[in-house]
Design a protein around this ligand. Structure first.
Ligand SMILES: [Fe+2]
Length: 200
């Protein structure tokens, strides 16, 4: 317990212990990005490092894809506005869940998860969209391409985590990431299929 000193002021005893938050904390990082903590999970450092690198790249892309979905959610326009407005938001929420799973997997391996969106922007390979609004078909095309960028990295990471026997990451990539991406691609792609509405 912190020592409490008291002083006399205006005839009253006054404690110098303050209820205010201490806002002057400053220290260098306790773990650098790209390094590992020694968590006893029976996996080699080589395997952990390889998995953390791959997971962080997919995490960075997922953060960018999440932002792309929210942008779509806000800027979508036209006769399909309502259903796409809702669908884009649903997909964004699902990407947010994937982001959390990937980040916590990196931490479980003893690594450092990408957290700052500016860090993610440095790592992602998904092209930046224009700041303005795009037509719905262009919006969907851009999002489908972003999905495929991520899916290709996920497939590669599934192979490398199998080779290194990092089954925890392998399961996350297959069960939580790949299948969700494939499902989102299906739901999105159905909106750009050129089929008649009523007559054939
Ligand atoms: Fe909203």
């Amino acid at each position: 317990m912190a020592a409490r000193t008291e002083t006399q002021r205006n005839g009253r005893r006054r404690s110098t212990t303050s209820p205010d938050p201490q806002m002057d904390a400053s220290a260098p990082p306790i773990q650098a990005f790209g390094t590992l903590r020694s968590l006893p999970i029976g996996l080699s450092d080589k395997a952990k490092t390889s998995s953390c690198t791959a997971l962080n790249e997919i995490l960075a892309d997922s953060m960018v894809l999440y932002a792309l979905y929210k942008k779509n959610h806000w800027l979508v326009a036209g006769p399909t506005f309502y259903q796409l407005h809702l669908l884009f938001d649903k997909h964004a929420e699902e990407q947010a869940e994937i982001i959390d799973v990937l980040a916590e997997r990196v931490q479980s391996l003893g690594g450092i998860a990408v957290g700052d969106p500016r860090h993610a922007a440095e790592l992602t390979t998904i092209p930046r969209p224009p700041d303005g609004a795009e037509e719905v078909a262009v919006m969907i095309d851009r999002t489908l391409r972003a999905h495929e960028t991520v899916i290709k990295k996920v497939r590669t990471a599934i192979t490398t985590t199998e080779e290194s026997e990092d089954w925890g990451s392998n399961d996350v990539l297959m069960s939580d990431v790949l299948r969700r991406h494939e499902l989102q691609v299906w739901f999105l792609a159905e909106h750009v299929v050129d089929v008649p509405l009523v007559t054939s």
